[in-house]
Design a protein around this ligand. Sequence first.
Ligand code: HEM
Length: 464
Amino acid sequence: MSTTAVHPAGIKPPEQPLPLFRLLRTVADNPVKAWPRALYRERLYRSCVLGRESVYVMAPDLIRTVLVDDADNFEKGELARRALGAALGDAILIADGSRWRWQRRAVAGIFREQRIREFLPAMIASAERTRDRWCGLPESSEINVAHEMMRTTFDIILSTMLPERTGIDLDVMQRAITDYLEPTAWIVALAMIGAPSWVPYPGIYRARRARKQLHRMLGSLIARAEQAPSDRHDLLWLLANATDPETRQSMNAIDVRNNLLTFITAGHETTALALTWTFYLLSLHPNIERRVKAEIAAVTGGGPVHPEHIDALAYTNQVIQEAMRLYPPAALIVRGARRDVELENERILAGTTVYVPVYAVHRHEKLWCDANQFDPRRFEPGAVKMRDRYSYLPFGAGPRVCIGQSFAQREAIAVLATLLSSCQLRLRPGHIPEPRLRATLRPTGGLPMRITTDSACPSAHQFS
Ligand code: HEM
């Protein structure tokens, strides 16, 4: 199926499980580098570190059992709470049972198809602001596309879901999110050896400061919104007005704040990474980039991107899906067994951490031909139909499937189409962006790219 012999950046897995100290050092640096070759070959893999078992599940039928059919037996679990609980509390991403259910129901309204369509103009407008900024740069300037995409998707999440004039500074928030997430790999490493959660790790004090800063920022956003109430039924309004059908209680201020923080982080960083990796892959494959540009030109007639164009950009969508196969922004899904269960005739004891290593599933030898090659033809409708649904999981699956999936897909197409219509990006020669897992899959060293704008690039003053 390969279109070309270019090898996009990846991770060479160790042939054998790593010895203990190397394992811990590697996990703390980049957990994906510690995953042995077996994860890319086997159906299920058991790992035992100092007597503590964890299980990796790669076969689509077993993934379906864990995430869908038997989802009640696999909760978000201790590890997710340990890594993210301090910042996100018991908000939608890590809550379980009835607490999760009513939070999910409370925000469902903002993710309905009709609502997402209403967001499209704001998504395109944000992408146009990025394009205009780029068009104002001297020719061949170098930009960090990873940062640029974070800026763009952050702008989108604020302008679609949050009260107007949030007063949040992206750079400050981004720094705090990075500082908070940076030591999460240490948390995973320590949990692997059964260290209690009070054991300190490198970066812990910076992460605590970052968490307090994030909470302060969100606290003042909420306070400002209370002083200037609006009739826009945004996410904050939905959260503040939600009632638990079982207890009839509404969310307290901390629940509202934690959920807002969850949506801001989960809702911009992942899409930004999907776009970043897409730009990287397109710069390695100019023939595919040409085809995307041709599709955009054909659909838009060479004019600006409009909301009605988004769903017609089928090949552009295939390219983004294939980018998320090679570089799934959420590269690892984690669960904890709630009770003793059987999986593949193997007994899994209550409390065992169960991983769905999405990055490895997406490059699994038995599931994908030429797995490390970029080939958007894999997402032609006929090819998708032939594949097991659970071999491709950028948004997860089952009841905890990403609530923002449809939002993110439209957003990624809108941003890519708007930017590609007038700009071309080329990777800094020699730069290899190794994928590094920090809750999300980020390119090491960012993504430095040189930008050229073409004649279609409108000058900034035309848009002011
Ligand atoms: C390309 C972009 C995105 C990717 C790859 C992605 C991926 C995921 C994945 C894999 C999960 C499931 C995690 C699990 O099962 O443990 C998830 C959950 C979630 N995502 Fe996304 N996401 C994206 C965009 C978004 C957006 C745009 C939003 C909101 C605006 C969002 C909000 C959430 C929330 C709130 C959850 C928790 C849902 C629950 O537990 O009920 N995500 N996401």
